[in-house]
Design a protein around this ligand. Structure first.
Ligand SMILES: *[C@@H]1O[C@H](CO)[C@@H](O)[C@H](O)[C@H]1NC(C)=O
Ligand SMILES: *[C@@H]1O[C@H](CO)[C@@H](O)[C@H](O)[C@H]1NC(C)=O
Ligand SMILES: *[C@@H]1O[C@H](CO)[C@@H](O)[C@H](O)[C@H]1NC(C)=O
Ligand SMILES: *[C@@H]1O[C@H](CO)[C@@H](O)[C@H](O)[C@H]1NC(C)=O
Ligand SMILES: *[C@@H]1O[C@H](CO)[C@@H](O)[C@H](O)[C@H]1NC(C)=O
Ligand SMILES: *[C@@H]1O[C@H](CO)[C@@H](O)[C@H](O)[C@H]1NC(C)=O
Ligand SMILES: *[C@@H]1O[C@H](CO)[C@@H](O)[C@H](O)[C@H]1NC(C)=O
Length: 364
């Protein structure tokens, strides 16, 4: 019972809200019709249903409510200027076509900033003045903007740069001037800027357009028109590919270097580890032997087979080196180095023996 009441109340509220929005749309249209003289065939009458009977009006569902989404009045003989807060209040509007009428004066900025506006056709009128450069407020939903064959003047608003979805842009036969770098928009497929007073280089994204998209602007330059004279093109175009090509190579090279260094270091560490392990094993083995018999054979070269190494002329007994434990004799580093050189060079064996008898020390 209460729930059904709530539902009913909800739907009533929705209906009121919806009709409020639609009523505000209707009011906006009537204000427009009242300020722009038009022939009687425009049957905009409160007695008729806005959505089903008014000429040029299309309704649609927007935010769950019925709203005016399109106003199409091409060539109906509208004469005069469009006041602000009329068509600019149709905030669910997606399509506005007023082409081929006799509208003049400035275009109210609230029309360009309608949040849902996708298609704006104003060509073949006599709109004049600058496009309001409250630039950020141009609808970013715009897909088609046709302002051609009017008397618009001033710079191309920088806010056009933000129209990331725009595909068709017709501005030909106006009096726009200044640079066009704000038209460097990737989404643009068709553009016509002919017969204005625009200047400067044609942006990258427009350079594949036909030449007759730009004619009648004596100060425009760059492809597809004749090249700009020095200044702008050569420094901006030449260094870019150089840096773009060099950096990845450099990066790749440094990567390779790093990998090589890491691999090399790893191998070196492994090798060192292996050598250390071998030394350790040999040492423990040696210590065992030394502990057991008190005799350590170094170099693994047996004095009994001297003919296998060297000349065989040397007396094996002469080449024997004897080290003595618990002996006061100090061998310094130089002595030891000399000894090893001799040991390695001559293939002698070094023996460590217990008794301290200096007599057997060879003369180094
Ligand atoms: C609209 O309807 C009212 C009555 O509902 C009538 O008096 C009025 O004349 C009508 N207006 C037009 C323009 O038809
Ligand atoms: C739809 O509703 C959202 C949130 O209430 C609002 O921001 C938006 O402007 C509305 N859109 C239209 C077309 O009314
Ligand atoms: C268009 O408007 C300009 C002034 O903004 C005026 O000089 C010109 O004559 C008008 N052109 C036509 C065809 O009405
Ligand atoms: C473009 O849009 C950004 C936000 O997306 C805004 O900050 C900026 O002011 C806009 N630029 C122009 C020129 O409107
Ligand atoms: C556009 O401008 C050019 C140059 O002024 C002119 O020759 C041409 O007739 C104009 N086109 C229209 C449709 O007005
Ligand atoms: C075109 O613009 C230049 C400056 O960029 C200006 O000197 C010239 O008077 C303009 N011509 C017309 C016809 O508006
Ligand atoms: C651009 O507009 C001019 C002037 O009306 C016209 O001559 C030319 O063919 C158009 N070019 C394109 C690509 O639409």
């Amino acid at each position: 019972m209460t729930s059904s009441h709530t539902t009913l109340a909800f739907f009533f509220l929705l209906l009121v809200l919806a009709s409020a929005d639609l009523a505000s749309d209707e009011q906006a249209l009537l204000s427009f019709a009242a300020s722009v003289p038009h022939p009687p065939k425009l049957n905009w009458d409160k007695n008729l249903s806005l959505c089903s009977s008014w000429i040029g009006i299309t309704c649609g569902v927007s935010n769950l409510t019925s709203r005016v989404v399109a106003v199409r009045l091409p060539g109906v003989g509208l004469y005069g200027s469009v006041p602000p807060a009329t068509l600019g209040k149709l905030n669910a509007l997606k399509v506005l076509s007023l082409r081929s009428n006799s509208l003049f004066g400035s275009l109210p900025s609230d029309i360009l900033s309608l949040p849902s506006l996708q298609y704006l056709y104003l060509q073949h009128n006599n709109f004049s003045g600058e496009l309001a450069d409250s630039s950020s407020s141009i609808s970013t939903q715009l897909l088609v903007l046709d302002l051609s064959y009017n008397s618009f003047s001033g710079n191309i608003p920088s806010g056009l740069r933000n129209l990331s979805q725009i595909t068709v842009l017709y501005l030909q036969n106006n009096s726009f001037d200044g640079p066009i770098d704000s038209l460097d928009i990737p989404s643009v497929k068709v553009v016509n800027l002919s017969y204005n007073n625009l200047s400067g280089p044609i942006p990258e994204n427009l350079k594949n357009s036909p030449e007759d998209s730009f004619v009648g602007n004596s100060l425009l330059c760059g492809p597809p028109l004749s090249p700009c004279s020095g200044r702008a093109t050569s420094p901006s175009i030449l260094p870019r590919p150089l840096t773009e090509n060099l950096h990845p190579v450099r990066k790749r090279q440094s990567k390779a270097y790093i990998i090589a260094i890491v691999v090399g270091c790893s191998l070196a560490v492994l090798l060192l580890g292996a050598v250390f392990l071998i030394c350790l094993m040999k040492r423990t083995k040696r210590e065992k032997q030394g502990g057991e018999g008190g005799r350590l054979q170094m170099g693994g070269v047996n004095s009994k087979k001297p003919e296998a190494f060297g000349s065989g002329v040397q007396d094996p007994e002469k080449n024997k080196l004897f080290f003595f434990e618990r002996c006061n004799h100090n061998f310094d580093l130089e002595d030891l180095l000399k000894a090893s050189a001799e040991v390695l060079g001559k293939g002698v064996s070094v023996r460590l023996t217990r008794p301290c008898s200096r007599t057997q020390l060879p003369s180094w």
